[in-house]
Write a protein that binds this ligand. Structure first.
Ligand code: FAD
Length: 312
């Protein structure tokens, strides 16, 4: 019976897997290269400004995710923004932090490779093996990362998953704008039909956001983001600002502005499997790329990976 599990990636998929394994009595260590948790369900805090610059909201269709969302709402970690669209409270990463409570977290830790010694796994970074409360030895591993980031780590252990080859992501350039004074534009969001910006949200219209500040988040379309993927954040920001100004008639000059490139934002072509599992070496791979471009898809895939470890 597996007793100690390494989960690489503390986005929703990795956290869903950890939560399910822990409920079954197994110990997990979660590794993430970032300082924070939640992956693309992200909150950017800079000075007094706060933006949800990744996932804008999440829906809950299946009973298991719906039950979890109700739990988050009851605990004040999430709220409804508009009809059936939920957001984390006070930011998008709050539910991830709630899921990770009391878990073993190893953050700011970019995993580069895995090594198998006998029946156990060791997790490696560029500096070598990572020591953990489990003495750095694991009976199973779950890779809960975007598909392109799984490939080199799986290859380091001599593993390949042909299903990963067909997965495709759309990139997304995202613009964050902060204003000290209220704006004339009072919508919650708009999806402009023309131009290079496909979504503009009044971030500050979400429940529980810091009062007294106006914040906008705008996303470039997938096609435009792909064509300008290697552009500088400054030049991209200037272009997107002009597009936002024309789309919503914005005249105010932002007091804060930054652009963020998501190289792997939304799944365009999924693997169409709930997760991948190699029972010989006890390694699973999961993430939104298994199912589709949604927070709930990542959750479902993470739970499936936990099931594979438990019953595979
Ligand atoms: C701009 C944008 C808008 C979106 N809008 C929506 C929306 O409105 N609604 C919706 O439902 N979904 C939306 N999504 C998609 C949603 O955010 C994702 O589907 C979901 O969060 C993916 O979760 P995940 O756990 O599979 O992956 P991720 O959240 O990407 O988690 C993977 C984790 O792995 C870590 N990691 C990567 N490499 C390593 C490494 N080598 N070592 C250690 N850790 C590593 C990362 O830091 C990250 O924390 C959006 C995404 C983006 C980017």
């Amino acid at each position: 019976m597996t007793s100690e599990i390494a989960i690489i990636g503390a986005g929703i998929a990795g956290l869903a897997a950890a939560r399910k394994l822990r409920a079954a009595g197994l110990a997990c260590s979660l590794f993430d290269k970032s300082r924070g948790l939640g992956g693309r369900m992200a909150t950017r805090r800079t000075g007094d400004w706060q933006f949800d610059h990744g996932a804008q909201y999440f829906t809950a269709r299946g009973p298991r995710f719906r039950a979890l969302v109700e739990q988050w709402r009851g605990a004040g970690d999430a709220a409804e923004w508009f009809d059936g669209a939920f957001v984390g409270l006070p930011g998008m990463s709050a539910p991830a932090r709630a899921m990770a409570a009391d878990m073993t977290l190893i953050t700011s830790c970019a995993v580069t490779a895995l090594r198998r010694d006998g029946t156990q796994w060791t997790v490696l970074t560029a500096d070598g093996p990572v020591d953990t409360p489990a003495n750095g030895r694991f009976d199973a591993v779950i890779l809960a990362l975007p598909a392109p980031q799984i490939l080199p780590i799986a290859a380091s252990a001599g593993l390949s998953f042909p299903e990963l080859e067909k997965v495709r992501y759309a990139p997304c350039w995202t613009l964050m704008l902060g204003f000290a004074a209220p704006l004339a534009w009072r919508e919650q969001y708009v999806r402009p039909e023309d131009g290079v910006v496909g979504w503009i949200a009044r971030n500050a219209s979400k429940p529980g956001r810091p009062p007294g500040k106006e914040t906008l988040v705008a996303q470039a379309t997938a096609d435009w983001s792909r064509r300008h993927l290697e552009g500088s954040a400054e030049a991209i920001g200037a272009t997107l600002l002009a597009q936002v100004q024309s789309a919503i008639g914005l005249q105010a000059t932002p007091d804060f502005m930054t652009a963020h490139r998501w190289r792997y934002a939304l799944v365009e072509q999924a693997a169409d499997k709930l997760c991948l599992w190699d029972g010989m070496v006890r390694l699973a791979a999961c993430g939104d790329w298994c199912v589709g471009p949604r927070v709930e898809a990542a959750f479902d895939s993470g739970e499936a990976a936990a099931d594979a470890v438990l019953h595979g």
